[in-house]
Design a protein around this ligand. Structure first.
Ligand code: SAM
Length: 185
């Protein structure tokens, strides 16, 4: 049986201010094992095109979509249908939550999960709708760091061993210089 899907929901993207950090968040989602990146706030086709280009070169990993009503989307995810007809699990990353290393063993692994990360201001409904509010330390830092650490723990330290289908560029780990296999050459 295949593993349940892992989604990341990014709240409140601002096209003029956030493209770099939101792109980094999506790249971390992809590299650390998430399957889908759901963007709310401003639509940003340029950012999606950049992410698609990474997928085309380095292998298929991340599906991207924009939602205009993140609260409605989240409610449907947890109450009715996480995409396969069954309700899913929502985990909100917030510095106010319970510690991730203690929370993760309690979270069901047999259902699709969405990891919700905030932007400038997180609406209070998010705290109520998500079944888990989880912190990565209780200091304010970055959604990118919080997501990376959470995903690595979620995948029991194996998050970076993910396989990417149809890669055209394959990097060979090297202690000196860059070793890249280009399948188009
Ligand atoms: N000012 C915002 C608010 O009112 O909630 C938070 C801004 S913070 C830079 C953006 C996001 O990073 C948060 O919504 C949260 O998802 C994540 N984040 C920051 N520190 C975190 C921590 N210690 N643990 C978990 N997530 C964290």
């Amino acid at each position: 049986m295949s593993e349940p899907r892992v989604d990341v929901l990014r709240l409140g993207h601002r096209k003029g201010r956030d493209p770099r950090i939101t792109t980094h968040l999506a790249l971390v989602a992809r590299a650390f094992g998430a399957n889908r990146f759901v963007l709310s706030g401003d639509k940003d086709q340029e950012m999606f095109d950049n992410l698609k280009s990474v997928d085309e070169r380095f292998g298929r990993g991340l599906e991207c979509q924009h939602v205009s009503s993140p609260i409605g989307w989240l409610r449907k995810f947890v109450e009715n249908d996480a995409g396969d007809g069954l309700p899913g699990i929502a985990v909100h990353l917030t510095m106010y939550g319970e510690q991730f290393r203690e929370a993760i063993p309690e979270i069901p692994k047999d259902r699709p999960i969405v990891i919700v990360v905030g932007g400038s201001k997180v609406p209070s409904e998010v705290f109520k709708l998500c079944q888990y509010n989880v912190s990565v330390g209780n200091q304010p830092h970055s959604e990118v760091a919080a997501l990376g650490l959470f995903l690595d723990s979620w995948f029991s330290g194996e998050s970076l061993n993910r396989k990417f289908e149809n890669a055209r560029l394959i990097i060979e780990p090297s202690a000196s210089g860059k070793k890249v296999l280009d399948l188009d050459k």
